[in-house]
Design a protein around this ligand. Sequence first.
Ligand SMILES: Cc1cc2nc3c(=O)[nH]c(=O)nc-3n(C[C@H](O)[C@H](O)[C@H](O)COP(=O)(O)O)c2cc1C
Length: 229
Amino acid sequence: MSFSAIAKRSFSSAQFRKPVIALMSGSTREGSVNTQLIYAAEIVAKGLGAETKVLDLGNYDMPVYNQDFEATSGLPKAAQQLKAELESADGWIVASPEYNGFVTPLLVNALTWCSRGDPDGEMYATFKGKSAVVLSASPGAMGGMRSLNPNRELLTNLGVSVLPDSVAVGGAFGAFDDSGTLSNDKQKAMLQAAVEKLYYQGRDVANREATCNMIKTHLVGQYGEAGVA
Ligand SMILES: Cc1cc2nc3c(=O)[nH]c(=O)nc-3n(C[C@H](O)[C@H](O)[C@H](O)COP(=O)(O)O)c2cc1C
């Protein structure tokens, strides 16, 4: 019996699910080109079959991180909500403007709060097992590309597997067409490739348990013996 026949016979589709991709812009500026890039990436992710959720940092109002504040007041509600949203996604797409060669304070602050508040022994729980793609956009020619490495480094320090593909969109004030996608074919292809890799990674993560169960139960048995099916 073929693998797909076993899958059809033995598993309801409820056990397998679409990957959920969370998308977040490091800018809340009205007309932000990084937010536009996030929506362009969302179009690609949806086209691949992902479920998506755009997390607008403007909806998560948090004070600048301060350890004394945390000690007396704990995690702000907004940080708890953002953590929960990020945790429930299988992969993340994070775009940030380049501010003085770095990512934005808004993004650093949000991620700093999200790095806190886990039970003892579970540091960085929000970030565990997550994969991400980092993006940037700028009206400048270099597309804010100096923000990519700090973005990558910060997420990696927190335990995220940041995929090698990234996209920096230069001349971003004129980079998007009316439908919200990138007009430049080369940039479009790079975004497609990056989001595709994240989608497949996220799909594996989302269905890892169901896939392992199917293989164990129907293909090789609990202890690896062949021919159980
Ligand atoms: C504090 C600050 C620093 C900036 N530094 C850079 C920079 O280093 N490189 C760059 O390309 N643009 C820089 N810019 C310009 C931003 O790329 C531009 O404002 C961009 O539109 C911000 O992204 P957004 O449209 O997503 O908000 C800076 C802007 C600000 C406000």
